[in-house]
Design a protein around this ligand. Structure first.
Ligand SMILES: Cc1ncc(COP(=O)(O)O)c(C=O)c1O
Length: 426
């Protein structure tokens, strides 16, 4: 049974919800997207599970934990429209990406197609596969704010080019890596259309949906990716270290956890149809499984706010309105395409900064001046020579948070510009 949590009367979105979260009163959190944060009821649930485990570790680790994990997977499967047995709990997106990329039987000369906007660690994992397996990477570099149509066309063109070279469907491209919503820039990728395109060309899809669950509606049954990973701790309000890996049934025999399980079994004999996917992922060494089980309290809390649609509607509108307000105060613009599909709950706004040759220095200064000194931080990042900030919208926020962030960012940019000009004078 899931630990009990408070039953909430329907609540108003905005600052009154701050009381439910653990964010310090004097901190303006504009960066929910990086690490996520959770309400106090989720912390209570975490501790109840931990206590339950300690009450009798044998009963917990030999029986009850498995039952609860299965129930949590069923909850998540209902939310994202897939079968619970196609899901495995993993610690984070990096673990999921590594599990898939290191397991697949790539041959030297195979190719992996990826977008330049994938997360740094995901890109590094692909380079590892390149370096250890002789796989070639094809990296496509769209320029945002690209339209969805143009992005899909760019990918299709690259696939067709490869097919012409090799003369078979998909050419040597065995897999493509793409996001649901990328990190920097924090933009929604038309992953549903891209997955369909890949399938048509016989190319496996590895979808890094780290930012997906809780931020956008997901229907894996309809989109049918080969591999899909999402961090429940980012936007779904579970505690950190709680993510899911979906592997379509047709691929499960190939995939093993990044940490080899005692249940490991080689499936290279294709006549052997036995599956160990579920078992291998169920135990990858001793760990605290309580974080996965905060799924129940997180989803219950979300229900108390009106459910997924209401949360996504409030946060989506706030991101769009807040982004416009920040752009107005900064005298810049929001990164958005003509179809207006890029902004989900994160919005990207150009910063009034001339590019600096040392990106790391500016990023550090944003952290220092924003998070540490002014207690209001939205990350700054350089994209193709231009500085942007990424601001996250959440249920506990209002437009006034974006206004505050805009003034903090303006202040920091003015300070950095002054330093740059003074440096030039010397
Ligand atoms: C798009 C994307 N992929 C992967 C990751 C890595 O997630 P984790 O640190 O949970 O492995 C992040 C982290 O922010 C991300 O934004």
């Amino acid at each position: 049974m899931a630990p009990s949590s408070n039953h909430h009367a329907k609540k108003q979105f905005g600052h009154s919800l701050r009381a439910d979260f653990l964010i310090a009163d004097d901190y303006t959190l504009m960066n929910h997207g990086s690490y996520g944060t959770y309400p106090a009821v989720v912390r209570t649930a975490l501790r109840q599970y931990q206590d339950r485990a300690e009450n009798c570790i044998d009963t917990w680790f030999r029986r009850d934990m498995y039952t609860e994990v299965q129930k949590a997977k069923e909850k998540l499967a209902t939310l994202i429209h897939c079968h619970a047995d196609d899901l495995a709990f993993i610690a984070n997106a990096s673990t999921g990406i590594n599990s898939v990329a290191r397991s697949l039987p790539f041959q030297s000369g195979d190719k992996i197609l990826q977008l330049s906007t994938i997360f740094a660690a995901t890109g590094a994992t692909m380079r590892f596969v390149r370096d250890t397996r002789g796989v070639e990477l094809i990296i496509l570099d769209p320029t945002y704010p690209i339209s969805d149509d143009d992005l899909v066309a760019m990918i299709e063109e690259a696939i067709l080019k490869e097919e012409t070279k090799v003369g078979v469907t998909g050419g040597k491209i065995k897999m493509a890596v793409l996001d649901t919503i990328s990190s920097t820039p924090g933009v929604r990728v038309p992953f549903e259309r891209i997955i369909k395109l890949l399938r048509k060309h016989n190319i496996l899809s590895l979808v890094d949906g780290a930012h997906g669950i809780g931020q956008i509606p997901l229907n894996l049954h309809e989109t049918d990716p080969d591999f899909f990973i999402s961090n429940c701790h980012k936007w779904l309000y579970t505690v950190r270290g709680s993510s899911i890996l979906y592997v379509a049934k047709r691929n499960q025999r190939y995939i093993h956890p990044a940490i080899t399980s005692e249940y490991y079994k080689d499936h290279s004999d294709l006549s052997d149809m036995s599956e160990t996917f579920h078992k291998e992922f169920s135990w990858q060494g001793t760990q605290d499984f309580s974080g996965f089980l905060t799924t129940f309290a997180a989803l219950e809390y979300r229900e108390s706010l009106g459910g997924e649609e209401k949360i996504q509607e409030y946060c989506g509108n706030l991101a769009r309105r807040g982004g416009e307000l920040v752009a107005k105060i900064l005298g810049t613009e929001v990164m958005e395409n003509e179809e207006k599909t890029l902004t989900a709950m994160m919005v990207n706004v150009r910063l009034p900064l001339v590019a600096h040759e040392n990106d790391g220095y500016y990023m550090e200064r944003f952290l220092e001046e924003g998070a540490f000194k002014r207690k209001c931080f939205a990350p700054g990042y350089k994209y193709k020579g231009t500085w942007y900030t990424r601001l996250s919208a959440q249920v506990y926020m209002e437009e006034s948070d974006f206004e505050k962030a805009a003034h903090v960012l303006k202040d920091i940019c003015e300070q950095l510009e002054q330093e740059r000009l003074e440096g030039q004078k010397k």
